[in-house]
Design a protein around this ligand. Structure first.
Ligand code: SAM
Length: 295
């Protein structure tokens, strides 16, 4: 692939009139706030945000003085027409979320859809997103995945979505709050079986960032002892086709056979990864967790 000068320009264009900008902000580490995002937010007519006090503090750290307007799930109906009329008057609007990319698990999508329907452009200044960050470090298949966000709290809706997730073949990404995490892990174990691969990302990009895996039951055990604190994103491995599925014990056995034949851990994991589609990271953590438990 060739990098063309036009494609890699570092210019921070000024906001255009009548455009809605979706601007990514950090999910923890302020170093992830891009210069382009800072420039845009400093020059836009209005910034729409979920919580003006929280975002006010964040923007102040970067000396961004643009006007803030609240936009959250309780005021979308009254705010969307106001924002549309501002765009019509030629103003530029930036939408930010409390953290990460706006439009993911917040009312951003309603504003984007209304803006596009009214003929205005929507441009994204990309930034971190907890869902994709957790997904790509999970070691679980990323070729096909789905995002569930926060699961519904109403028992019937929740039960039916958990049933769907239990039969989902793709990797599933879920957001959950710390005080509901154990409940969710128990529900997933009941519906999906306690051996289903799971990686939980805690406090991504922050000082105490950690990854907890590798199955629903081992994660449940971990958090039964270590009280869940901070922010969590769950990445659940897909439900395997029974015929193709190798149980974890079989995977560990295959690893041992190859190691006994003299293959290095890297080559053994590579070989099994090729045969089964499980990622090398998943195989490592499964094997070492099992060895650790047996030692
Ligand atoms: N718009 C955000 C994004 O792009 O990721 C997500 C907003 S959603 C309202 C907030 C949820 O994202 C949290 O409850 C948690 O599940 C997840 N999350 C946000 N920051 C996180 C972090 N640093 N580590 C792990 N999960 C995080």
């Amino acid at each position: 692939m060739e990098l063309k000068t036009n494609d890699i320009s570092e210019k921070h264009h000024d906001p255009k009139s009548g455009v809605l900008y979706l601007v990514g902000t950090p999910i923890g580490n302020l170093g992830d706030f891009s210069p382009r995002a800072k420039h845009l937010l400093s020059n836009v007519s209005v910034i729409a945000c979920e919580d003006t006090r929280y975002s006010g503090q964040f923007l102040k750290r970067f000396q961004i003085k643009s006007t803030l307007q609240s936009f959250h799930r309780h005021n979308t109906k009254e705010k969307i027409p106001k924002f549309l009329s501002m765009l019509k008057q030629g103003k530029s609007i930036a939408l930010i979320s409390d953290a990460g990319l706006p439009g993911i698990s917040d009312p951003g999508e309603d504003l984007v859809s209304a803006t596009k329907s009214s003929g205005h452009d929507v441009i994204c200044i990309p930034g971190p997103c907890a869902a994709t960050t957790a997904l790509i470090i999970s070691g679980l298949p990323t070729k096909r995945f789905c995002f569930e966000g926060f699961l519904p709290t109403k028992p019937k809706d929740r039960e039916s979505i958990i049933k769907i997730i239990s039969q989902e073949k793709r990797t599933t990404v879920i957001y959950e709050s710390p005080h509901r995490l154990l409940k969710l892990l128990k529900e997933l174990a009941n519906a999906c079986g306690d051996k289903r691969p799971l990686q939980v990302s805690r406090e991504l990009t922050k000082l105490h960032e950690e990854q907890i895996g590798s199955t629903v039951s081992s994660v449940y055990k971990y958090f039964s002892v270590n009280k869940p604190k901070g922010e969590f994103t769950l990445v659940l491995g897909g439900c395997k086709d029974e015929r193709q599925e190798k149980s974890q014990q079989e995977l560990i056995k295959s690893m041992k056979v190859l190691l006994d034949k003299g293959l290095s851990k890297v080559d053994a994991a590579k070989t099994i990864s090729r045969e089964t589609g499980y990622s090398r990271n998943y195989l490592y953590s499964l094997f070492f967790e099992n060895n650790h438990n047996n030692s």
